[in-house]
Every structure is written in structure tokens, then in C-alpha cells.
Design a protein. Structure first.
Ligand SMILES: N[C@@H](CCC(=O)N[C@@H](CS)C(=O)NCC(=O)O)C(=O)O
Length: 212
């Protein structure tokens, strides 16, 4: 398996966590999102992912894109340990949690959105950071409420699931942009529990081969 990713990509990190929890090896193909205008925007990479985004996962002669779809593919292909456990209702809750992060928070704070705010719309750095913090806080509010219903220590109980794979990178990202997360104690506690796991600790951006 080949994972096209960038060490700081949140979506790529989700997939790294799923691979690590399932004990699956992969070869990294680094795609630098900043160098030379962004390697993900080059015609060569468009052959791998026409959307020009990371991650992409190449398995034999197929390439899968979109982190949630990739993680579901891994779950179906390598069912143990399950990252989407429980009955249909429980699995719907886990998927909804994943989407609360991957579809509601992350798209508003992605590199190309932040670049557009500054480069095309002429906003300054301070406005960009205010935008970033606003959407993190708007998004983490409901996420915190969802976690309050659960026992922990992970998002949905005693074992990490796809929900945790989505949460950890988003928290890292928020901290990187100095967003105050003190209103979200559950989010922080679950993140800490995840990072205590050896498998997840090994997936942090600074430990990746392409880290800078
Ligand atoms: N919904 C996609 C999001 C993929 C995505 O936006 N990846 C980011 C890195 S986290 C990217 O490639 N950004 C490049 C850009 O915004 O120009 C997924 O979950 O895979």
C-alpha cells in the first residue's frame, strides 16, 4: 500500500491512525503542500488524485481518495480490530461524529481556504486567524456535547474508533493555530487518551519521514 500524504495534513493523519490501529504497513509517498506552489497541484499528482488533495491510498492498481472513504475501505478489507464497532445505530453515531469534524470543521480551515482569504480576498493574517478560531470553536462545541454523552476514555468507549482518528488531527491543528480549547475538556481528555496509545503516538506529524 502507498499513502500519498503530507506530514501535517489532518486528513492524511486520519488515515495514518487507521492504518496504525490496524497494524498495517504502508509506503509513504510525500506530497509537499507548500513547496513549489504545492506538489498536490501539479499535473503529475492529478493522475493520482484528480481532486489535487491528500491523502490518496494506492492499493495494487487502484487509488482511493477522501480520508473517510479510505478508512471505510480499510475497515471493510481489514475488519480486525474494528474501528467501526457496534450495531447499525452505533455505527451511524460514529460516522456522524467523523463527519462533524471532516465535513463541518476541517473544510472551512483548509489550506486552500485560508490562502484564498489572504491572497485573493485581501484579508490580513489576524483576520485569517480569527476565521480559523471561530470555525474551530463553532465546530468543537457540538463535538464536546456529543462526547459528554459517552463514557470515554475514547470518543465511543473503551476502544478507539474512526471518530478518534478524526478528532486527534483536528485538535493538533487547533493547537498549532493557538486556539484556546479550555471550553472543550472532553475533547482534550479524549485527545490525550488517544495520544497515550503507542500506535497513535507514532503517527504524530513530527515523527513522519517527511517532517520538517
Ligand atoms: N475531504 C478530504 C479533504 C482532503 C484535504 O483537503 N486535504 C488537505 C490536507 S489536510 C489538502 O490536500 N489541502 C490542499 C489545499 O488545500 O490546497 C479528505 O477527507 O480526504
Amino acid at each position: 500500500m502507498k499513502l500519498y500524504s503530507y506530514f501535517r495534513s489532518s486528513a492524511g493523519w486520519r488515515v495514518r491512525i487507521a492504518l496504525a490501529l490496524k497494524g498495517l504497513d504502508f509506503d509513504l509517498v510525500p506530497v509537499h503542500l507548500l513547496r513549489d506552489g504545492g506538489e498536490h497541484l501539479k499535473p503529475d499528482y492529478a493522475k493520482t488524485n484528480p481532486q489535487g488533495l491528500v491523502p490518496a491510498l494506492e492499493v495494487d492498481d487502484k487509488v482511493f481518495t477522501q480520508s473517510l472513504a479510505i478508512m471505510e475501505y480499510l475497515e471493510e478489507t481489514y475488519p480486525e480490530p474494528s474501528l467501526l464497532p457496534g450495531d447499525a445505530a452505533r455505527r451511524a453515531e460514529i460516522r456522524a461524529f467523523c463527519q462533524a469534524i471532516a465535513c463541518e470543521i476541517h473544510p472551512l480551515n483548509n489550506l486552500r481556504i485560508l490562502k484564498y482569504l489572504v491572497r485573493d480576498l485581501g484579508h490580513d493574517e489576524e483576520t485569517k486567524l480569527a476565521w480559523y478560531a471561530h470555525w474551530i470553536r463553532e465546530g468543537f462545541g457540538p463535538v464536546e456535547r456529543l462526547l459528554e454523552r459517552e463514557e470515554g476514555p475514547y470518543c465511543f468507549g473503551a476502544q478507539p474508533t474512526l471518530a478518534d482518528a478524526c478528532l486527534v488531527p483536528q485538535v493538533f491543528n487547533a493547537e498549532r493555530f493557538n486556539v484556546d480549547l479550555s471550553d472543550f475538556p472532553k475533547v482534550r481528555a479524549v485527545n490525550a487518551a488517544c495520544l497515550d496509545l503507542e500506535a497513535i503516538a507514532a503517527t504524530v506529524p513530527s515523527l513522519q519521514p517527511d517532517a520538517e
